[in-house]
Design a protein. Sequence first.
Length: 335
Amino acid sequence: MNRKDVCGLPQQAMKKLSIIVPCYNEEEALPYFLPAVEQALAGTQMIPEFIFINDGSSDHTLDVLKKLYAKSPAKIHWLSFSRNFGKEAALYAGLREATGELITVMDADLQDPPEYLPKMYDLIEEGYDVVGTRRTDRTGEPKIRSWFAERFYHLMDKISDTPMVNGVRDYRMMTRQVVDAILELKEYNRFSKGLFSWVGFKTTYLPYKNQERVAGESSWSFWSLFSYSLEAIINFSDFPLILSSFLGILACILAVIFAVVIIIRTILFGDPTSGWPSMVCIILFASGVQLFSLGIVGKYIGKIFLETKHRPIYIVREEQKPVSETQENHEPKSS
């Protein structure tokens, strides 16, 4: 007679699902997240393993994680970084710690609908290696943010060989083979949406409408998203170099404006000082183009510079694994 779990499903049919949850100031949302996901997985053939990564939160996120662990020590694994390393580092840490046959990435604010997990599993069983999600609208977002997001995906589609689906989210379910392939990519400057697409494999996407946060406020401002998009385009972000590029563009625009003013003034009033205005415009324009080009080249040089340092992508200050696993020392470690 086959052993069966509480849901009445054969034990050998169950698959372990590692759920990676990056957390930055999510103390208000976390208490809602766990019950919602468990409810969505009830009656499925997936056993959840929750991997929470506290990315240097300044609120009480770590305390909430410890309380959740105290209630469910057999299925929760949390890590706490020594400081804020960013969502990309948290995702990488979660992928490294995941032990399940299936792996998914979710936000703690429930903007990634847990009820899609069974649908993802069914598609994986049909033969897909990756089942991602994409938003079909951006209801609730500021219009200017939505406009820039649309332009970003359109630009990426034009300039990148790696396909980038409009509205794609980090929320996806992947097989172990896909995750192992992603972990082979060791670069310091990471953009997970691009890496998920770059490794290939058989992929499909589930569309859904934008969901409101269950609690708390987003830590992503317009400028942080704008900077993040620049990192995606050039795969590195350095503010002085970005500033030099902006100054180059500004110099070009000013040169064109001055040229138009000079032409109009010459037509209307004559040209009492022939030569020097046009020379100034030419110098400004050439200098602007050079500064803009130097900024672009400098960003790639900066990317190479950071890669050659071989700094760790993240540093763990505290960690607590499920009680069923062998307990290890909790000395700070890096990767």
